[in-house]
Ligand binder design. Structure first.
Ligand code: ATP
Length: 389
């Protein structure tokens, strides 16, 4: 039996890791590939702001699930402390007596092997299987393999991969700036966002696609229209455009849910709706939408609040809240009487448009025999009392 061993911090696991694993299973003819996240790497410190061991393990399980013959092992995390390869080899030799063990590693690890604890023992017990991390690495790998053979009689079998020049460090740095996701498995990215890891913020194109999977198809044009209108209003009035677009994209994520489903979400996220909200369940989606924004995408407060108040409005709204409210109300798919005037006013006088919009909303509800939420009346009064915002 030939077993590959692929250790790493996997903080987070990325497409470079997965590509190397797939190429190794094929290139080395492995019967089994053990992917082993370290507890603490011996050669470097865990990154500040990195993920905890359980999260790395979970993400590694998700990332490698498409790799044939692969098993993600928690043996080093369970052992704890610095994870020395020599100890892992000892444990695996005991578990799989007689198996051929192949140690998979990228260029950086391979070239530093003489710095590993008991490296000569490692070389006598396992085949080294290095792969390139960057174009042009192979020359150095081959030369070093020859040197290790001459010096230690180390068996090295390089694996050919089309290298992907990416590292977990680069991804961790990009994630807070809405980047990095293109090198991650989609489910790993979702895990990172929903667990609030690395300060990650969602890429907006990715977010739009993900939110679409939650909503009814016929609501998508409204979501897109709302985001576009929000961008127009940001061009005029400023604000943190990334946050405002994020709120506009997410704002109706739970709108299609039944009252029962809304109430279940309220329970799940410890939300206690007020009586007026329970009597008019259409209002619940703003609260549950804000809760999901936090739970699924780790949206910051400004985004959650803009979603929270997009239906009723409230007294003393922030710029982001006003823009999302107005974008939702006046985006290009809206056709009610007066919408053109309201749309034009919103780019000349945002607070004036808020007054007009809140008043229109109150009148429309009353005409339909619906008692408006008192918050909307309070919002209107606030805007009347504060004409300068
Ligand atoms: P960091 O940037 O945090 O140091 P990393 O991207 O180097 O992380 P590790 O988890 O430390 O990832 O690496 C585990 C193993 O995967 C190592 O052998 C490393 O050389 C290899 N590796 C990492 N990135 C790539 C890549 N892009 N292509 C091929 N191998 C890689």
């Amino acid at each position: 039996m030939r077993i590959g061993i692929f250790g790493g911090t996997f903080d987070p696991p990325h497409e470079g890791h997965v590509k190397a694993a797939k190429a190794s299973v094929f290139g080395l003819g492995l019967d089994k590939l053990l992917v082993i996240p370290t507890a603490e790497p011996p050669h470097k410190n865990l990154a500040a702001g990195g993920a905890d061991a359980q999260s790395r393990l979970e993400m590694t399980r998700i990332a490698f699930k498409s790799v044939e013959k692969c098993l993600v092992s928690d043996m080093e995390i369970e052992r704890g402390g610095r994870s020395y390869t020599v100890d892992t080899l000892d444990a695996l030799k005991a578990e799989y007596p007689g198996a051929d063990l192949c140690l998979l590693m990228g260029t950086d690890m391979f070239l530093s092997i003489e710095g590993w604890r008991d490296y000569e023992k490692i070389m006598s017990e396992a085949v080294l299987a290095p792969f390139a991390r960057a174009e042009g690495d192979m020359e150095g790998i081959n030369a070093f393999a020859d040197r290790l053979w001459e010096k230690y009689k180390a068996r090295t079998v390089p694996v050919n991969i089309g290298p992907i020049e990416i590292s977990s460090t680069k991804i961790r740095r990009a994630l807070p700036h809405r980047g990095g996701f293109e090198h991650l498995d989609n489910e790993v990215y979702k895990y990172i966002l929903s667990h609030g890891l690395y300060g990650a913020r969602p890429d907006l194109d990715w977010l739009r696609e993900d939110v679409k999977t939650h909503m009814d198809l016929d609501r998508i044009p409204h979501m897109v229209g709302c985001e576009n209108m929000a961008i127009k209003l940001c061009l005029k009035w400023g604000g943190k455009v990334g946050n405002i677009r994020e709120a506009a994209i997410i704002h109706d994520i739970t709108k299609h849910l039944s009252l029962d489903e809304q109430l279940k979400l309220c329970e799940k996220y410890d939300i206690i709706p007020d009586n007026a909200e329970i009597e008019n369940p259409k209002l619940l989606h703003a609260i549950t939408g804000a809760a999901l924004a936090k739970a699924l995408y780790n949206s910051p407060e400004e985004v959650c609040e803009a979603i929270r108040w997009h239906t009723t409005g409230k007294a003393d709204m922030s710029l982001a809240e006003k823009i999302v409210y107005m974008a939702d109300y006046t985006e290009k798919n809206r056709t009610f009487e007066g919408v053109k005037e309201l749309r034009m006013l919103s780019s000349r006088d945002l607070d004036g448009a808020m007054r007009m919009g809140l008043e229109m909303s109150l009148n429309e509800l009353r005409d339909k025999g619906i008692v408006p939420h008192p918050r909307t009346q309070q919002a209107l009064e606030w805007f009347i009392e504060h004409p300068e915002g």
